[in-house]
Design a protein around this ligand. Sequence first.
Ligand SMILES: [Mg+2]
Ligand SMILES: [Zn+2]
Length: 211
Amino acid sequence: MAPPGVTPRTEGKANQVGRCRNGICHGLMRAVFLDRDGVLNQAFVRNGKVYSPDTIEEMIIPPDVAPALAQLRAQGFRLVVATNQPDIARGRLTRAQVDAMNAYLRSKLPLDAIEVCAHDDVDRCDCRKPGAGLLLRAAQRDGITLDESFMVGDRWRDVAAGQAAGCANFFIDYGYDEKRPDAPYITVKSLAEASTRILGKLIQLCEYNRS
Ligand SMILES: [Mg+2]
Ligand SMILES: [Zn+2]
């Protein structure tokens, strides 16, 4: 039973609950920003170090990824990949090879956009994570409200980029032997768990906003 004066929650797009007042929801464009390697497709770990796939054949998408993305999209989230691909700057991969791998991902997963940083640290660009450039670019283009959006990544650079953009951040902790993110962030085991947490929180927000 809803308390007196509170409209019982009805089914609706959870995407819109962040700004619901007195039962009226105002639409927002919210996004889930997604790191690529280690989030959508598997990364490779050798001696505690993490490596990205070099070919489409090496892109292994865990079976729970597509359903998790579909759930988020069904609630109106825009799904934007934000990926560092420094192997382009380092000459290990061509831009065309990376584009082909990204096209493969888009053929398998419900993604709205893929933002790529092709630089390395020495380039001092504003888009290489931990910079927020990839997220800011997408937000400006697509009208995304960053402080109502989320980032999901498996490395400190992803979390830092999301923090710099003003998003709430999920860290998929695989125990890599490398620097960990600075707080605040939420640790999860998988994209699917992040998706569940995001959608669960939306329901709570809706309850709070109506009381
Ligand atoms: Mg990654
Ligand atoms: Zn860049």
